[in-house]
Design a protein around this ligand. Structure first.
Ligand SMILES: Nc1nc2c(c(=O)[nH]1)N[C@H]1C(S)=C(S)[C@@H](COP(=O)(O)OP(=O)(O)OC[C@H]3O[C@@H](n4cnc5c(=O)[nH]c(N)nc54)[C@H](O)[C@@H]3O)O[C@H]1N2
Ligand SMILES: Nc1nc2c(c(=O)[nH]1)N[C@H]1C(S)=C(S)[C@@H](COP(=O)(O)OP(=O)(O)OC[C@H]3O[C@@H](n4cnc5c(=O)[nH]c(N)nc54)[C@H](O)[C@@H]3O)O[C@H]1N2
Ligand code: SF4
Ligand SMILES: [Mo]
Length: 722
């Protein structure tokens, strides 16, 4: 029996840590950090080290399942399942039209580098705009709305590796392994932060919790949740008033500075200090530290992007970077233009706003304010429908009503805002298909569940992270162990059903073979056609590799295409007015606390609690609160409490945590189970956690364009449950 070592990378989350697998007879014996990797230096986290258990876990689906008349599941071959699903989709297509067929591509669809390309090809082939992902209930203002409204800088904004300062707003990379390039790199983040600090990078952290990042920051503004837009307006006010901005850059590349100055003038540090419950001097100190730069960006994470005024907040963050000129200029070096993206000149110029992206796409049937969002990518803007309103698109009768949903590596029943409505919407579908490794809360509602391969059972390339790295870095992994049982990849499902429906499917760069199943490499080669480094070369390298010499020097602006950044787009005045009004509200009414989201180390949204070591770190999502708050309510840590909002109520296990701002409850999402009363989920809160999306009405305070409700900063109160 030959034992072999295979270099690969973890796809439990999107940090893609390099690993080395030990395999014997197609059995994974061990999975360890690849210590030879120069970018990660052997970094992994507790989740990635459980990949072996995950592969052989008893709850893992070994093949496809079909729902029976009595509600139970029976095994079915995946080919047979696809035969039946294709027939049903064809019928739904004929009766209700293309828009009635939707897919929701959740977090694990992103981890398979061929999944999105082929899913989109399927949608294009049937003409269905109903392509949904988790990004539109994550940070749509950042990736779609902000750039469309303000425009963007062609050469990008300053990355951490070139920064003197970073302003990190509600983003805890040390746990989440998530950041955009101006923030702490998510690849071995502790090292990256340590190295940056040694280099002299100053870190300003804005977070209601003293997070892992906040504890290591030079300045921590422990802001009251939901006041970030007012706070950013105030920081901009100070920066303009104290002339800390880049006048030359503003004059050449922006419009609307005078209006921005006028409209933010009233957000004085004193006014915002009272609203955000932080000292006014801290606001000035943050503005001065950031303004001094001279290089470095402000970045956001999910906390503020899911709270009130996310479109405004995102605009102000981009405007702050713009007025301070935190963009790569002519003659400067852009460290990583992307390995898998085609070469294109990077110029020191703005691309003007694209307001038509927010106007001309497919409109939501629920509200004319909401519609298709175009997510910026190296391959151009990619349209998708907003997930915050998908449940309504399923429930609202009429032309275009969603009748069939293909759910790929997502768990809507736990993840979508408004859990009761989500249950009703999913239960009313004509066809629900889930591709999931386990009988997750959503999969249990499905007509068919298909068992996917896990990451070590498939080839992949680091497409998702291609331009997030601070060096030109890429890794291609072979299949480490062949999947046992009847398991398929996410793209194989779309291809298999598309073939049965007689579709001609095409990727951006060319058609997909439909007569025989393409090899995954060929698909990925098609997706990355024209890449700076051809995929074949990347595949030949064992392990992750830095490709020297790919960095580009920023070119001069092209007068023919040179645009501007709009600091004061239409609608901003009213948004600032709303934030100003919110900053004056002191009466919290019935709801004494604000509930905010957080990530936990031992889970990735709803993935992880089934694995033994991760489970040993906790089986619930505690309601973390300051001990003062608990004492004031006569609650002791570990007790079960009820958290209620204007919309719903959930039980939770109280946990004292003095890193939380008083008045705030910090609780992770995607826990608990179905709200179906028959399951008596509430009684099992210690074993299952509870679902914060029960506290949310998805249509209340829905944000323009994205329809995002407040998935964080939810006004709640607490009751002791005996
Ligand atoms: N271990 C682990 N890693 C994950 C995930 C996971 O579940 N577990 N999930 C993944 C996903 S899907 C995503 S999108 C990323 C998200 O990555 P991050 O955005 O970094 O997510 P969090 O760690 O929750 O950090 C959000 C921070 O915002 C703060 N916050 C809450 N409300 C406010 C507010 O009103 N204002 C400000 N300024 N801050 C606020 C919270 O206290 C928290 O520290 O993480 C990914 N990585
Ligand atoms: N209130 C509130 N709601 C939120 C958030 C919040 O902070 N607050 N966060 C939002 C964010 S940022 C996001 S991204 C969404 C997450 O939304 P989703 O992506 O819908 O949720 P996940 O729990 O990540 O779902 C992952 C599913 O994939 C399955 N899975 C695991 N591994 C694999 C695999 O290899 N292949 C396949 N096919 N499936 C696999 C898991 O069993 C699980 O059912 O939730 C959002 N919802
Ligand atoms: S941070 Fe953890 S879960 Fe994410 S890729 Fe690395 S080892 Fe895997
Ligand atoms: Mo997310």
């Amino acid at each position: 029996m030959a034992t072999k070592k295979v270099k690969t990378y973890c796809r439990f989350c999107h940090a893609y840590c390099p690993m080395e697998a030990t395999v014997e007879d197609n059995r994974l014996l061990a999975i360890e950090p690849d210590t030879s990797n120069e970018v990660y230096g052997g970094y992994t986290c507790i989740k990635g080290r459980q990949l072996a258990e995950q592969i052989y876990h008893p709850t893992r689906l070994q093949g496809s399942l079909k729902k029976q008349a009595d509600g139970s599941f029976a095994p079915i071959g995946s080919e047979q399942a696809m035969d039946e699903i294709a027939l049903q989709l064809q019928d739904i297509l004929a009766r209700f039209g293309p828009r009635s067929i939707a897919s929701y591509n959740g977090t694990y669809s992103y981890q398979n580098s061929a999944a999105h390309g082929v899913a989109r090809a399927f949608h294009n082939a049937i003409g269905s705009p109903s392509f949904y992902t988790s990004v539109t209930i994550d940070q749509p203002a950042k990736v779609a709305i902000g750039p469309a409204r303000m425009g963007w800088w062609n050469a990008g904004s300053h990355m951490w590796c070139d920064a003197d300062v970073a302003m990190i707003i509600g983003n805890n990379t040390l746990v989440s392994h998530y950041s955009i390039p101006g923030g702490i790199p998510s690849f071995s983040p502790f090292n990256a932060l340590r190295e940056g600090r040694k280099r002299g990078v100053k870190v300003i952290c804005i977070d209601p919790r003293e997070t892992e990042v906040a504890a290591r920051a030079d300045l921590h503004l422990q802001v009251k949740p939901g006041q970030d837009a007012a706070l950013l307006a105030s920081i901009i006010q100070v920066i303009i008033a104290e002339a800390l901005y880049d006048k030359d850059f503003c004059a050449r590349h922006t419009r609307g500075l005078a209006e921005l100055e006028r409209a933010t003038r009233r957000f004085t540090p004193e006014l915002v200090a009272a609203a955000a419950d932080i000292p006014a001097d801290q606001i000035r100190a943050a503005a001065r530290l950031f303004g001094a730069g001279p290089r470095g960006s402000a970045v956001t994470g999910t906390g503020p992007e899911m709270g009130p005024h996310p479109n405004l907040l995102q605009h102000l963050v981009q405007a702050l970077n713009a007025i301070c000129g935190r963009h790569y200029r002519e003659g400067e070096r852009l460290p990583n233009p992307g390995v898998l993206t085609p070469p294109a000149p990077r110029r020191a110029q703005a691309t003007s706003p694209q307001p038509q992206w927010l106007r001309d796409g497919t409109r939501s049937r629920v509200s004319p304010d909401i519609g298709e969002l175009f997510v910026l990518s190296p391959y151009g803007p990619q349209g998708e429908m907003p997930t915050a309103a998908i449940a309504d698109e399923m429930l609202l009768p009429g032309d275009g009503q969603i009748k069939a949903l293909i759910c790929v590596g997502g768990n809507p029943l736990l993840a979508w805002p408004d859990q009761e409505k989500t249950l009703k919407a999913l239960s009313g579908l004509d066809l629900l298909v889930c591709i999931d490794i386990k009988l997750a809360a959503t999969a249990r509602l499905a007509d068919y569940v298909l068992a996917p391969k896990l990451c070590l059972e498939r080839e992949d390339v680091t497409l998702l992270t291609d331009i997030w790295h601070h060096q030109a870095y890429s890794q291609y992994t072979p299949t480490v162990v062949e999947a046992e049982g009847d398991k398929i990849e996410e793209w194989e499902f779309f291809w298999g059903v598309g073939k049965r429906m007689g579709l001609a499917m095409s990727l951006d760069n060319g058609p997909i073979a439909m007569d025989h199943k393409p090899a995954k490499f060929d698909l990925l080669d098609n997706i990355t056609a024209g890449a700076r480094v051809p995929l074949g070369q990347i595949r030949q390298r064992e392990g992750g590799t830095v490709y020297p010499g790919l960095d580009v020097i920023i070119e001069a602006a092209d007068p023919a295409t040179r645009g501007h950044l709009d600091l004061f787009p239409a609608g901003l005045e009213a948004e600032l007015e709303a934030a100003y009004r919110d900053a004056q509200v002191t009466d919290t009414g019935t709801y004494s606390h604000l509930l905010v989201s957080r990530r936990m180390k031992n889970t990735y949204n709803s993935t992880g609690p089934e694995l033994s070591l991760l489970q040993s770190k906790g089986t619930t999502n505690p309601a973390f609160m300051h001990s003062q708050d608990l004492a004031a309510l006569g609650i002791t840590s570990g007790e079960i409490i009820e958290v209620y909002s204007a919309h719903g109520r959930i039980p939770a296990v109280a946990a004292a945590s003095d890193d939380i701002k008083p008045g705030v409850i910090s609780m992770s999402h995607c826990w608990g189970d179905s709200p179906d009363p028959a399951l008596d989920t509430d009684a099992r809160v210690r074993a299952l956690g509870s679902n914060t999306n029960r506290l949310i009405d998805n249509r209340q305070l829905a944000e323009k364009y994205s329809g995002m409700p407040r998935q964080s900063t939810i006004p709640v109160a607490i009751r002791k449950l005996s």
